[in-house]
Design a protein around this ligand. Structure first.
Ligand SMILES: [Zn+2]
Ligand SMILES: [Zn+2]
Length: 256
């Protein structure tokens, strides 16, 4: 009699989503797309174009050059385009805009206090483990610490919060904490949007006291930065290559 088959099984511990790196994209790709023409003069798919047969057949008359299957059975295959310059991911353009708007272009720091940044990072860290209650606890801990040591440096604040985060993580039974994922996601989104609204709109940089630059976005592809007059003057005095320095105070980043 044959022994019963043992079916191996695993329980999901966690799922995360991310973006492929450039190297991973190249490994997944079956074809580098280098030809801007996707059809030739008689209407057939051009080699190395977007309709290249290596990516899958465009209609029922063709077969896939990668898996040799027909139009119905080929799953389709990834290709890739090598970009000659670094470009920002358009999916993150809104976040890029918020980050530049909330940054000091004089000292290149975020225009909020270090305490706020370290608090948010610590809260996001405990939320990765589903510890909703610790979000408020960390805020209380930070406020108490700042009352006792008003002149604490950024490093001291970071160390204090890290010490409490480690204690919280060690004292928790982590196995059951990720059960209420929806609440954790809502709390994370709320913390991040509060951070943008409440802490990234200050008129002066708390670090170097420079006035804030005006940042405008156009068509989700371009950012126009108008420097405050003091920085413009700094550019003029330093003899830097400031664009159209007699009339305009704009510097433009083309995103794509
Ligand atoms: Zn195929
Ligand atoms: Zn600054």
């Amino acid at each position: 009699m044959r022994p019963p088959k043992v079916v191996p099984w695993w329980r999901f511990a966690k799922v995360s989503f991310g973006l492929y790196t450039a190297e991973e994209v190249r490994k997944l790709s079956v074809k580098a797309i280098t030809n801007p023409q996707y059809l030739d003069s008689v209407g057939n798919p051009s080699v190395n174009g977007l309709y290249d047969l290596a990516l899958g057949p465009p209609d029922s008359k063709e077969a896939c050059a990668t898996c040799m299957q027909n139009f119905s059975n080929c799953p389709g295959h990834f290709g890739h385009i090598e970009l000659p310059l670094t470009v920002y991911n358009p999916l993150f353009f809104d976040k890029l805009y918020l980050l530049i708007r909330g940054s000091c272009l004089n000292c290149h720091m975020l225009t909020c206090t270090r305490a706020v940044v370290h608090l948010l990072l610590s809260q996001l860290k405990v939320l990765e483990h589903g510890l909703l209650h610790a979000v408020h606890d960390l805020e209380v801990i930070l406020n108490r610490f700042l009352e006792q040591s008003a002149d604490a440096t950024a490093l001291e604040i970071e160390e204090e919060l890290n010490r409490h985060v480690d204690e919280i993580l060690q004292s928790q039974e982590l196995s059951d904490q990720c059960s209420n994922v929806k609440n954790v996601c809502e709390c994370r989104n709320k913390l991040i949007s509060q951070f943008w609204k409440a802490h990234m709109t200050s008129k002066k940089c708390p670090n170097c006291k420079s006035r804030r630059s005006l940042v405008r976005k156009e068509h989700n592809s371009k950012l126009t930065v108008t420097y405050p007059s003091t920085i413009c003057l700094w550019f003029l005095l330093q003899g830097k290559n400031f664009p159209d320095k007699h009339k305009r105070r704009h510097r433009v980043w083309h995103i794509c």
